[in-house]
Design a binder for this molecule. Structure first.
Ligand SMILES: [Zn+2]
Length: 561
């Protein structure tokens, strides 16, 4: 008792001496801003003060002025909109960085244009060097037919080609690449994959899902310098778009090594949470890493799994066949064959305290993962796990309640809705399409959303994601009032899901995701007020400045000078 009293005196004494000292001055004050804090206790403000990496004051200009000292940098925001930095809950960061330098096929509007761009790139490439990247989308061509090796063979006799479909679930190889990979008419389809064939049974060059691995295993991995260059490009790109945190799904171990190298050099300008693939779950288990392990710039402790393929490739796994392919219900990923293989890996990861993030697109794919999650909860008891389903694209009506009961987070990418919305109904019919990218229904059921892009599958630009979530206007202009408009989000809901929602999905909602005293000073200043303008105009909004931990990582004025 006496000891307690003594401790109390010491604590009080210290508190008093802290007060007696002069208050430290802020390093940075942003004033004259139109702040939307995403903090319900104080949604609007005019100014923010930052000391070292964190926010120390949010309020009126007068309140924040008290933090000004002789060395405080003061930024006049000119009345522009200031938001917390965006946290992209699902990216393929290295692929994105590589894509910035590779052949661009996504906006090719015909098979001829696709072939022309590959021909030009091959003419400039070193002999024997692989031509990769691409992100082609045959649905933008007419007719919308899959490309074949014949389109590009004549122009690429000495260049092996492996250009990917934009969704990552299909690749087109030329004849040389097929030869190097030993893929012939005799090669059997692997579990979870399809070698597309012509009438005679010869490979056309298109390889779906697990069949892609037959090809990629002969593609030399990028060198350390190539990989580092790609990540540096990606960091720069993220800063220019106001993306201050990303959650890197299925990185290679070499990507994480480069993050830690950049961290050590003070060059990591975007915060990373990395979720390596579940077949490597034991790597994290054996060193005792748990969810969100690490520091403010680099965390690991999640695993990424695949339940199925994609809608566009016809490999998303459904209860009923595709509307346009009566014999096809899609494919379970090879890691789900048998399902017990996935269950065992997930059980091991969960027992070790790792977070599970599972790609599931078709209704049966999602349902199967919810079954496994429920089995894990039964076996290991309830806990704050923040399980995620990545994409959660086509929901069975019966599963929304289960999703909520298991506290699963829907990690969704609104841009996919305005992209796939062009043709999704023709693939799965009206009824299933009505539960596609069902963001509103998720919220109505109490399911938390985390927003992202799936970059390099879709653009990293958060303005396109906000535009997509609030308008649901498909890219072909055919649904100006919104495709299944009842599923639109308000701009406030979309911003919240993209900041606090994504932070929650990586166990970091107390550290970031809102402009709140004590949190990391990750903020973005925008050219226009996304909360006030017509949602149709959101896609034109530009980022003026980006701060990560109070450090300016992008300045539009400086780059346009
Ligand atoms: Zn992805």
């Amino acid at each position: 008792m006496k000891q307690c009293f003594l401790q109390l005196v010491i604590i009080l004494g210290c508190t008093l001496c802290v007060f007696a000292q002069t208050k430290p001055a802020a390093d940075l004050i942003i004033q004259n801003a139109h702040v939307w804090t995403v903090d319900a206790s104080r949604p609007e403000a005019e100014a923010v003060a930052v000391l070292r990496h964190r926010i120390v004051a949010v309020g009126s200009s007068q309140q924040v002025e008290a933090w000004r000292g002789p060395h405080t940098q003061v930024v006049d925001a000119g009345g522009k909109r200031l938001l917390p930095g965006f946290n992209d809950a699902h990216v393929h960061f290295t692929d994105g960085g590589m894509q910035l330098d590779s052949v661009q096929l996504n906006d090719a509007t015909s098979a001829q244009e696709f072939a022309r761009r590959i021909r030009e790139r091959a003419a400039k490439s070193a002999k024997g060097g692989w031509l990769l990247g691409g992100d082609w989308d045959e649905t933008k061509w007419s007719p919308a037919v899959l490309p074949t090796k014949e389109l590009i063979d004549a122009a690429t006799p000495e260049t092996p080609v492996a250009v990917g479909r934009y969704d990552g679930h299909m690749v087109l190889a030329n004849s040389l690449a097929l030869k190097l990979a030993g893929i012939t008419a005799q090669t059997q389809d692997p579990a979870g994959g399809v070698i597309v064939r012509d009438r005679e049974g010869n490979p056309t060059g298109a390889l779906k899902d697990a069949a892609q691995d037959l090809l990629f295993k002969v593609v030399p991995p990028p060198s350390h310098d190539q990989r580092r260059h790609a990540i540096e490009r990606a960091l720069e790109h993220a800063a220019s778009l106001g993306v201050t945190s990303v959650q890197h799904m299925n990185p290679d171990a070499a990507d994480i090594a480069i993050y830690s190298e950049l961290l050590e050099e003070g060059k990591l300008t975007t915060r990373i949470y990395a979720a390596p693939l579940i077949p490597h779950v034991d790597d994290q288990v054996k060193v005792g890493i748990r969810r969100a392990f690490g520091g403010p710039y680099l965390r690991i402790g999640a695993v990424k799994a695949f339940a199925d393929g994609s809608l566009g490739s016809g490999t998303a796994y459904f209860f009923e066949p595709f509307a346009d392919q009566p014999g096809n219900r899609g494919l379970l990923n090879e890691g789900m064959q048998p399902i017990s293989l996935m269950r065992d890996r997930m059980m091991r990861g969960d027992a070790a305290g790792l977070q599970l993030c599972t790609h599931a697109i078709g209704d049966a794919g999602i349902s199967t993962i919810l079954d496994i999650y429920a089995e894990i909860e039964k076996a290991h008891g309830s806990r704050d796990r923040r399980w995620r389903i990545e994409h959660a694209q086509h929901m069975a009506a019966k599963d929304f309640d289960r999703f909520a009961q298991l506290h699963v987070i829907a990690s969704v990418q609104p841009y996919h809705a305005i992209d796939d919305g062009r043709w999704a109904e023709s693939r799965i019919g009206h009824d299933r399409a009505s539960r596609t990218y069902a963001f509103r229904t998720f919220l109505d059921h109490g399911v938390r959303l985390a927003l992202g892009t799936d970059w390099d599958v879709a653009p990293l630009n958060p303005m396109l994601t906000l535009y997509a979530a609030t308008t649901r206007a498909t890219l072909d202009g055919k649904n100006p009032k919104g495709w299944f408009p009842e599923q639109k989000l308000t701009i406030q809901e979309a911003i919240e899901a993209y900041t606090t929602g994504s932070a929650y999905a990586e166990f970091q909602e107390n550290e970031k995701g809102s402009i709140t005293v004590g949190k990391l000073a990750d903020m973005v200043l925008l050219s226009d007020d996304v909360l006030g303008i017509d949602p149709v105009k959101i896609r034109e909004v530009k980022v003026l400045k980006t701060w990560v931990g109070g450090k300016l990582t992008y300045d539009r004025e400086a780059t346009s000078r």
